[in-house]
Design a protein around this ligand. Structure first.
Ligand SMILES: NC(=O)c1ccc[n+]([C@@H]2O[C@H](COP(=O)([O-])OP(=O)(O)OC[C@H]3O[C@@H](n4cnc5c(N)ncnc54)[C@H](OP(=O)(O)O)[C@@H]3O)[C@@H](O)[C@H]2O)c1
Length: 289
């Protein structure tokens, strides 16, 4: 399928949009954002009923073609099987949205190893495999987009969320490296780095509880920012003013403060962050004297 005209004046990209984790949360809103721009969609996740319901809604309200791809990305062979099935069905993926993700929280040493390895399989290995599987054809066509969902946690180590934050740091690093490698090819890679977003992932975790209300964004706003940045070919997008402050400030401040900032993202951490900020202010006062 060749390029076609898109609504909203964004950069054109031909082919279908494959969204992983499209059954809920940010992924569902990303699918809606691309459908609004008249992209045909492949919706992938484990919950088939949710994919079917979303597919019907998007096909009816936006007149786009929608396919569903029930898949468990924690299965090592799943990315390759999905790519082969789509190729056999004649579906050319022009935009790959690696959004599917899981959370594992609590002290690293006490966490269930199986859960931690599953997180790496879904959040890191499947994302890498899908990118590697779909990117060469995009480069050959001189047209395509990769949108990888990272997190503000990519910018700092996060105690109680150690594996998740390390995995997101990988996603950010991989995506930025690709963004450079892809210069001049007509293909672009974008890392979407949301902060706290009102989805089941956060609602079901201890993580969301200490978060001040003003710091939480809607999945729709996050997805809209991600979709626009992806089509515009931006390397990194962090939606929301507070999140931008955190991610642009993190590389500039002492590492100890960065760790405390990461700690502020879980229970009791806000006091630690305040303590670290006070310590920094006192140290800077002493340095001036
Ligand atoms: N919410 C936040 O505050 C926040 C902040 C920063 C980054 N993020 C990132 O945003 C992305 C979406 O998260 P969300 O907040 O929207 O979470 P969510 O509401 O829990 O949605 C997660 C999505 O991933 C899919 N998924 C999970 N395990 C899967 C598997 N094994 N195979 C296939 N699909 C799987 C789920 O579908 P099924 O269960 O149907 O398979 C669901 O569609 C994740 O990468 C997350 O790390 C979220």
């Amino acid at each position: 399928m060749g390029p076609k005209s898109r609504a909203n004046g964004n950069k054109k990209a031909g082919g279908w949009v494959l969204v992983t984790g499209a059954s809920a949360g940010i992924g569902r809103e990303l699918a809606r954002a691309f459908a609004t721009r008249r992209y045909d969609l492949v919706l992938a996740a484990r919950t088939e009923s949710a994919l079917d319901a979303l597919g019907r809604e998007l096909a009816t309200s936006h007149g786009v073609r929608v396919k569903t791809a029930p898949v468990d990305l924690s299965e090592p062979g799943a990315p390759r099987a999905m790519a082969e099935a789509l190729s056999a069905a004649g579906v050319e993926v022009g935009v790959l949205v690696n959004n599917a993700g899981v959370l594992s929280e609590g002290p690293f040493a006490a966490g269930a190893l199986d859960e931690q390895l599953e997180l790496l399989q879904v959040n890191v290995v499947a994302l890498t495999a899908l990118t590697r599987l779909f990117l060469p054809a995009m480069i050959e066509r001189g047209d395509g987009r990769i949108l990888n969902v990272a997190s503000i946690a990519a910018f700092m180590p996060v105690p109680q969320l150690a594996v998740y934050a390390a995995a997101k740091a990988y996603v950010l690093s991989l995506t930025e490296a690709l963004a450079e490698e892809l210069q001049g090819t007509g293909v672009a890679a974008t890392a979407l780095c949301p902060g706290f977003t009102d989805t089941a992932m956060i609602r079901g975790s201890a993580l969301g509880r200490p978060v001040p209300k003003g710091l939480t964004m809607s999945p729709k706003d996050v997805a809209e920012a991600g979709c626009a940045a992806c089509l515009a070919g931006e390397a990194v997008v962090t939606p929301g003013f507070a999140n931008k402050l955190i991610t642009s400030g993190a590389p500039l401040v002492p590492r100890g403060l960065v760790r405390a900032l990461g700690g502020a993202m879980n229970g009791g951490g806000w006091e630690r962050l305040a303590g670290a900020l006070q310590g920094l202010a006192a140290a800077s006062g002493r340095a001036k004297r």
